[in-house]
Design a protein around this ligand. Structure first.
Ligand code: SPD
Length: 426
């Protein structure tokens, strides 16, 4: 066979997993790993996620390149691997076929740069080096990878650095810790943002402190979900709380956050905490009646493992497990992003706790779609929800603990709602 400078394989990967085809971080990792498996020397890589879907990218290797374009809606990837020297491109092909879970594929192989057709020049290589040194990167090219939390019509996107600190598919969900430019590291469950380093305090202060200040003497607290640890960290700031039980279904969330989000997962070693890696729904069904002063339901959105945390049966058991003055606070979704879930949860709580005893508290989380989010309450007893006499103690607590969201004025207006939200839950 005549000599050639390079070898090029053009590959069609078909019927691939569409989620992988839309996962820019996974594709970049797989392409770089494919190059390494084939014993190439990786120089650089750049990958881009397109909105709403699709990924393009290239891995530059000492031996030429690997490039990809994906169409997740067709489960299709167009890949080319160009090599020179001894590198075997088919090793990269085999690796990618497995990684993308391609059920069918085809490929053509071409020799590139046939030496019979080429004439070698003598050129002054020193001029080329000088030119290369003079060249200044105009900085046109920036990494542009976005994590998008969305439904069919709305989305919240965070530009992320491409760093993936943790990525595991557990029996319950896909658990990821990624790094965003604006909000630092973040925990994502499936494709939903759960919490980020820079705005986690909005959520965690607001799920815990209002109810703990509304209750006359909260001692025994149950947290369902909350695997990142932010909620128990806030609850344990209250010296009067004697016992906290936390029931999280997915141990991987706890482990990932302990390792990569230690400021959020800061209180797992507290002696007042009893940590159970278990199903919160099964737990509450078996819980003793009239046991807890406060129950905090720090669940995910009502899809996947958290779906049952929005059911009548679950909240009926929560009601039973609360003491007579007990307060329930549940992650209540958004009246803008998810009106249906927001409204249905409120109707559920009204039906169990009574119409007047199911108030809603709104707060802001920049990294959740629409930014407007809620906690929904169930008040079992006649709690004086907004007690002026607490103002000084709240202010002192806020100062001592260095809180950044909650304060006495927010406490006073805990249940103030815009008119459209009032209408939604009437
Ligand atoms: N769409 C986000 C819903 C919030 C779920 N819980 C967040 C966990 C923070 N501890």
């Amino acid at each position: 066979m005549s000599q050639a400078l390079g070898n090029h394989i053009l590959v069609e990967f078909m019927n691939c997993d569409p989620h992988i085809m839309n996962d820019v971080a996974a594709i970049e990792r797989d392409m770089v790993d494919a190059a390494k498996k084939a014993e190439a020397t990786v120089i650089n890589s750049t990958f881009h996620h397109f909105s709403p879907y699709g990924v393009s990218g290239v891995v530059v290797i000492q031996e030429s390149h690997l490039a990809i374009h994906t169409w997740p809606e067709y489960g299709y990837a167009a890949v080319d691997v160009f090599t020179c020297g001894e590198m075997n491109a088919w090793i990269a092909f085999d690796y990618l076929k497995e990684s993308f879970q391609a059920k069918s594929y085809s490929a053509i192989e071409m020799k590139r740069g046939s030496v019979n057709l080429l004439t070698r020049n003598d050129f002054d290589i020193s001029t080329m080096r000088q030119k290369a040194n003079e060249w200044v990167n105009p900085g046109f090219y920036t990494r542009n990878v976005w994590f998008t939390d969305k439904d069919e019509n709305q989305a919240l996107s965070l530009r992320f650095t491409g760093e993936v600190f943790y990525d595991q598919q557990t029996p319950f969900q896909r658990v990821r810790i990624l790094e965003s430019y604006k909000y630092g590291k973040m925990l994502a469950l499936d494709d939903m943002v759960m919490t980020t380093e820079k705005d986690e305090f909005h959520y965690h202060e607001m799920i815990s402190h209002p109810s703990l200040f509304m209750h006359p003497n909260p001692k025994n607290v149950l947290v369902i979900g909350g695997g990142d640890g932010g909620t128990i960290r806030e609850v344990l700031r209250h010296s009067g709380v004697e016992k906290v039980t936390m029931v999280e279904i997915d141990g991987a969330v706890i482990e990932a956050c302990k390792e990569h989000l230690p400021k959020i997962a800061a209180s797992f070693d507290d002696p007042k905490l009893t940590l159970l890696v278990d199903d919160g729904i099964a737990f509450i069904e078996k819980a003793e009646s009239e046991t807890y002063d406060v129950i905090l339901v720090d669940g995910s959105d009502p899809v996947g493992p958290a779906e049952g945390l929005f059911s009548v049966s679950f909240y009926t058991h929560c009601y039973r497990a609360l003491k007579k003055d007990g307060i329930l606070v549940a992650q209540g979704e958004s009246p803008k992003f998810n009106e249906k879930a927001f409204r249905e949860l409120n109707l559920t709580l009204q039906s169990i706790f009574g119409k007047e005893n199911a108030p809603v508290s709104l707060f802001f989380v920049p990294t959740y779609p629409t930014g407007m989010w809620s906690f929904q309450y169930g008040m079992k007893g006649n709690i004086n929800r907004i007690d002026d006499s607490k103002t000084e103690s709240i202010d002192a607590f806020v100062r001592e603990q260095g809180l950044r969201y909650y304060n006495a004025a927010i406490h006073q207006s805990s249940f103030a709602l815009p008119n459209f939200v009032k209408t939604l839950i009437q």
